[in-house]
Design a protein around this ligand. Structure first.
Ligand SMILES: Cc1cc2nc3c(=O)[nH]c(=O)nc-3n(C[C@H](O)[C@H](O)[C@H](O)COP(=O)(O)OP(=O)(O)OC[C@H]3O[C@@H](n4cnc5c(N)ncnc54)[C@H](O)[C@@H]3O)c2cc1C
Length: 654
């Protein structure tokens, strides 16, 4: 172990230890999870109600975990900022959920799903976690079917499948373009049953604003009642955070406006390591931005790439409408450059390819900032009704937003921030480095490496919530003596005071500019310098610009209303404060990783064909950052990654 200090933000970060331990049990991955489940300790059913578990988040990860732990008999409290668990952002997921059922008999298997996911993540994920994810995937489908989730079915009654990027089999289960909503209704029913049974207490419109750590263990949270403004501590034996991703650091993203990084960032400030913050996913299939006034971008599901063909005019600057560009003058760039995977190439690769086309002057649409996604061939082959059955709600959504009928004219799409592979660091048991703090779903970093394959976030959230956490959390409870915590303990009072202090500071600012103004400015910096393509020079600039912007925010922002009422400006301001720091950490991480991998594309490290060039020798590790204080350079911990089952190889989809 060696420790050094740094003076400025742009120098090399402090390196703390090379062997952060993911606590993966020894042995072949194929049998690891079953063995680990047997080896872990259990809690007697009659003792379970004595243990309180706080779960922050009621999306697919948190909702599934709360329902399952409630069913097991624990005393669960579940917190969410929406007015109902049904509105968690998982509701927005469109395309589907992967599982290795091999219903199509097209060569799928647990091993193939595992392999595709490790390769899709550009060899930057932990093998043991990914294998477990693939293994558990089949049980998720059984569980959801038992709950009544209306997955699409074939004529004979079997569940139907379609394909998603980075796979050559059809393994994606779906419910039209509303898979997330249907899965969430399933989880919500299970949760509602436990709420009625009294094992789960649900706290809607309640925002976690700090983590309480007592004697090195997570023992509670501080929350703000979003209707009354009351700030109170909530104590427990274990805290689980399943609060989703941080794509809104970019301001414009496919995430709902309320999605935030506050819970994970404040846990980070209490000592939880933040892993791979620079691994963010820019989804290739979104409606292109239309102007400065926009507050959100809209995803057009990747599933559309099953039947849509992506192209641009061959000639740069060609402004003819799509139907006047003859076939011979169209460039189906994904089909030509990546013939094996074509339009279903993985997201990082497809996004960069779209950017290259637009940058080369071949962009389409009024702002020349899109590429076409064209359904004409599929409609000719299958008929409009089949396409409408598969994607009708997506076509309607596109029409509502653009005023264009995509049955008649190609959709226009462009990449947009969508998902964050980075998140709080967790070990194999989904526990952070703070004992008693578990992190699940998109909020952790665990399974997707540097690029997530489509339809695997729902799989991971439900794997964590229904199957992994319900085994690993009891093991922690059974193995540790957890003393009762007093509300008057210093750590509790200090955390509450901290939240009151931030709230007061925000309310006392009396500037002239809105919170959105600053968020938009931050988003521009993060997008320009830490978006689809990054350079050392740009990242250094961003690391300097972000604190300057934050300082101006504290001088000039105006938060209207009062702290003791429903106040969305205050909520947004608190979240933005965390995005400043998180955005800076994203840039520090991206600057430190002198290679390109998955969604992290450093222009200095590319092949002659413009593909990501990894540096396995030096960067086959998880970068886990430790908070070192306000404005200080964070400390870097490295968890080495070993590839014993899938051999490290150059990723190719050609
Ligand atoms: C438009 C869109 C489409 C997608 N389509 C797909 C798809 O087809 N397939 C796929 O696999 N993935 C898809 N994804 C990704 C996937 O939907 C998400 O990764 C996943 O649903 C996240 O689930 P989660 O439970 O981790 O978080 P979420 O569903 O975001 O839930 C977060 C929960 O945390 C709560 N919360 C957050 N912060 C706080 C706080 N500070 N205090 C209290 N509560 C808090 C919220 O209230 C909410 O209950 C899509 C994502 C988007 C944006």
């Amino acid at each position: 172990m060696s420790v050094t200090t740094t003076q400025t933000m742009t120098e090399a970060p402090t390196f703390v230890e090379a062997t952060l331990d993911g606590r993966v049990p020894a042995g072949p991955v194929q049998t690891l999870w079953e063995r680990t489940k047997f080896d872990m300790k259990l809690v007697n059913p009659t003792n379970r109600r004595r243990f309180k578990v706080i779960i922050v988040g009621s999306g697919l990860a948190g909702g599934a975990a709360a329902a399952t732990l409630g069913e097991q008999g624990y005393n669960v409290e579940c917190y969410a900022y929406q007015d109902s668990p049904r509105r968690a952002h998982s509701v927005a997921a469109q395309g589907g959920i992967n599982a290795a059922k091999n219903y199509r008999n097209d060569g799928d298997s647990i091993y193939r799903l595992f392999y595709d996911t490790v390769k899709g993540g550009d060899f930057r994920s932990r093998e043991a976690n990914v294998y477990r994810l693939a293994e558990v995937s089949n049980a998720i489908i059984d569980q959801c079917v038992a709950q009544g989730v209306p997955f699409a079915r074939e004529y004979g009654g079997m569940l139907d499948n379609r394909s998603f990027g980075g796979a050559q089999v059809a393994r994606t289960f779906y419910a039209r373009g509303q898979t997330g909503q249907q899965l969430l209704l399933g989880a919500y029913q299970a949760l509602a049953r436990q709420i009625a049974a009294g094992t789960v207490k649900m706290f809607n419109r309640t925002e976690m604003l700090d983590l309480i750590v007592v004697d090195g263990r997570a023992r509670g949270i501080v929350v703000r009642d979003m209707c009354t403004g009351e700030i109170t501590p909530r104590l427990a034996d274990v805290v689980v955070v399943g609060t989703g991703g941080y794509s809104n650091a970019f301001f414009l993203s496919t995430n709902a406006k309320g999605c935030n990084g506050t819970a994970i960032w404040r846990a980070h400030k209490r000592g939880a390591y933040f892993a791979n913050p620079c691994y963010t996913q820019i989804h290739p299939t979104c409606i292109p931005p239309v102007g400065e006034h926009q507050s959100k971008l809209t995803l057009m599901s990747e599933s559309l790439r099953n039947d849509g063909r992506i192209w641009v005019p061959k000639q740069p600057g060609d402004t003819r409408p799509a139907d006047q560009i003859p076939e011979s003058e169209r460039f189906y760039y994904l089909e030509e450059l990546y013939p094996s995977f074509g339009n279903l190439s993985p997201r990082d690769i497809s996004s960069r390819a779209a950017k290259r086309q637009v940058d080369s002057g071949r962009g389409v649409g009024p702002l020349r900032n899109g590429v076409y996604l064209d359904f004409a061939d599929s409609i000719n082959r299958l008929g409009q009704k089949v396409i409408a059955d598969r994607y009708g709600n997506l076509f309607d959504m596109y029409d509502n937003i653009t005023g264009e009928n995509a049955y008649k004219t190609p959709m226009r799409i462009y990449p947009a921030p969508h998902y964050t592979m980075g998140g709080l660091w967790v070990d194999y048991y989904l526990m952070s480095n703070i004992p008693g703090l578990f992190v699940i779903g998109e909020a952790n970093f665990s399974d997707h490496g540097a690029n997530r394959l489509g339809a695997s976030a729902l799989m991971q959230g439900l794997a964590d919530g229904y199957f992994v956490l319900p085994s690993t959390l009891p093991n922690y409870i059974a193995a540790n003596k957890l003393e009762k915590i007093d509300e008057n303990a210093d750590a509790v009072k200090e955390a509450v005071a901290n939240v009151n202090d931030i709230t007061q500071r925000l309310m006392n600012t009396n500037g002239t500019k809105s919170v959105d103004h600053y968020h938009r400015e931050l988003g521009k910096i993060v997008w320009d310098y830490c978006g689809m393509s990054r350079t050392a020079q740009g990242l250094e600039k961003a690391i300097q610009l972000i604190p300057e912007l934050e300082a101006e925010f504290w001088e000039n922002v105006r938060v209207t209303g009062t702290a003791g009422e429903l106040n969305q400006e205050l909520e947004k301001a608190g979240r933005l404060v965390d995005y400043f720091d998180l955005g800076r950490l994203m840039c520090i991480d991206a600057l430190d990783r002198n290679e390109s991998c998955g969604g992290h594309f450093r222009e200095e490290y590319q092949t002659p064909e413009g593909e990501a060039l990894r540096n396995d020798e030096e960067y086959t590790y998880v970068a886990a950052w430790e908070y070192a204080g306000e404005g200080e350079m964070p400390l870097l911990h490295k968890e080495p990654l070993e590839f014993e089952t899938v051999k490290l190889a150059t990723r190719s989809y050609k």
